[in-house]
Ligand binder design. Structure first.
Ligand SMILES: Cc1cc2nc3c(=O)[nH]c(=O)nc-3n(C[C@H](O)[C@H](O)[C@H](O)COP(=O)(O)OP(=O)(O)OC[C@H]3O[C@@H](n4cnc5c(N)ncnc54)[C@H](O)[C@@H]3O)c2cc1C
Length: 394
């Protein structure tokens, strides 16, 4: 079977890349190792994804944003960062900005469903489920992959979107720096008596961090990060005890809080591939950069990365040029490296600073929060980086 593009992985990055290239006359195939139902009818997985303004613009261009029903989009109007038990907070809001919100929260399963529904409208796209890519070879004149059922497919370009532990990246010999935070991230939804007023809280308590993100008026997405050794304790805690624990750690800001979903646990490992390309090959999504969720940038970077690559491919199609040529891939790599390296390393530094509870570091945390709050330029820079609210495209 001959394609223009083979995409490995039907996660949000792989699906959005296919959507970006719809109606360009390109024959594409997505290979996904999980069963069809896992991506055609994705289930709630505890993740509520904070989307930047740039991501919303891309999702609108893809026709995906219009697929979300309004009640599934929550606005983050304000954000507060708290350190330790101090009531002092670093505050972000939309005052003086021409934006209605700092960012938007949409559940990961709603994003995946909308991307799949959009992708399945693409006539030139095949999706092969329940089948893994087991080997890849690429050369000057073309690329090919072998599937777990023995089929061999060839293409002009192979794009891997097969998660932060990308096997395809390994097969191509692309090294990646990995950082195991030795921490666990536990996510769920809770309802509460008092309204959240669209405020997102990031509480860097000692030992644990707790993020409480607004969903509608009286629900929140809860993100707990804790040492890996506390995983079983938090996951296995009886519901009443868990409710009380979160409510107390959140200092009763929303009155009584009640768990309304399952709890989901994700080990925290950050990954940055040293290269994003090889001959006729590119990495997108978490396969290129897998982020710690504290700055909520994983999918946002995945979306902007696939957008850069897709725009380069479209330029080549319009010029009738080779869509796997090295110069095109290098332009993608250089733009995506510039965008991801500072935010990847910056995020890891924030995690280090706010999870190190030694006394001098606690002091440094307090100084950092106050400095950021009192210097409008610094605060503005942080806000713009986190929300991508300025009309910046690569
Ligand atoms: C708790 C948590 C909270 C988060 N919050 C945010 C947030 O607020 N904002 C944000 O932007 N991001 C956030 N993220 C990150 C975001 O969820 C990820 O960046 C995004 O889901 C990655 O999508 P992906 O398509 O690159 O990879 P994945 O979703 O991992 O998909 C990869 C796909 O490839 C398939 N695959 C793997 N190997 C093969 C193979 N050999 N052959 C075929 N298929 C294969 C897999 O089955 C899978 O379907 C969060 C993540 C977590 C864990």
């Amino acid at each position: 079977m001959n394609y223009d593009i083979i995409i490995v992985g039907a996660g949000p990055a792989g699906l959005s890349f296919a959507c970006s290239l719809a109606n360009r006359g390109l024959r594409m195939v997505i290979i996904e190792k999980q069963a069809q139902q896992s991506f055609s009818e994705p289930l709630f997985d505890g993740r509520d994804i904070a989307l930047t303004h740039q991501s919303v613009r891309i999702l609108k261009e893809l026709g995906v944003w219009a697929r979300f029903s309004p009640e599934n989009i929550s606005l983050i109007r304000e954000a507060k960062v708290l350190d330790g038990q101090s009531p002092y907070s670093l505050d972000f809001d939309t005052r003086g900005e021409s934006i209605e919100a700092l960012g938007y929260l949409v559940s990961n399963h709603n994003i995946r469903q909308a991307l799949y529904d959009e992708a399945r409208q693409i006539e030139e796209l095949d999706i092969i489920a329940d089948t893994a890519v087991t080997s890849v070879s690429t050369g000057k004149n073309g690329a090919s992959v072998v599937l777990s059922d023995g089929q061999e497919l060839s293409a002009t370009l192979v794009v891997a979107a097969d998660s932060r532990f990308s096997e395809t990246r390994r097969m191509l010999g692309i090294p990646a720096s990995m950082h195991d935070f030795a921490r666990i991230c536990i996510v769920c939804r809770m309802e509460h008596d008092l309204a959240n007023n669209g405020i997102a809280y990031e509480c860097f308590h000692y030992g644990r961090t707790l993020a409480v993100l607004p969903l509608g008026e009286n629900q929140s997405s809860i993100v707990i990060t804790a040492p890996m050794s506390e995983r079983d304790l938090i996951m296995g805690m009886p519901e009443d005890e868990f409710n009380h624990d979160v409510q107390t750690r959140f200092e009763h800001r929303y009155g009584e809080m009640r768990l309304i979903t399952e709890r989901f646990a994700y080990p925290l490992v950050g990954v940055h591939a040293r290269k994003f390309i090889a001959t006729r090959f590119a990495l997108i999504g978490d396969a290129a950069v897998g982020m710690h969720p504290v700055t909520a940038h994983g999918f946002n970077l995945g979306l902007s990365g696939q957008d850069i690559l897709a725009k380069e491919v479209i330029k080549a199609v319009n010029r009738d040029a080779d869509i796997g040529n090295t110069a095109l891939l290098e332009r993608f790599e250089s733009a995506h490296m510039r965008a991801t390296l500072p935010i990847y390393h910056g995020t890891n530094k924030i995690v280090k600073l706010f999870t190190d509870d030694r006394r001098p570091v606690r002091l440094l945390r307090q100084i950092t929060v106050r400095l950021a709050n009192n210097f409008p330029l610094i605060k503005h820079m942080i806000q713009n980086k986190l929300t991508e609210s300025r009309n910046r495209r690569f």
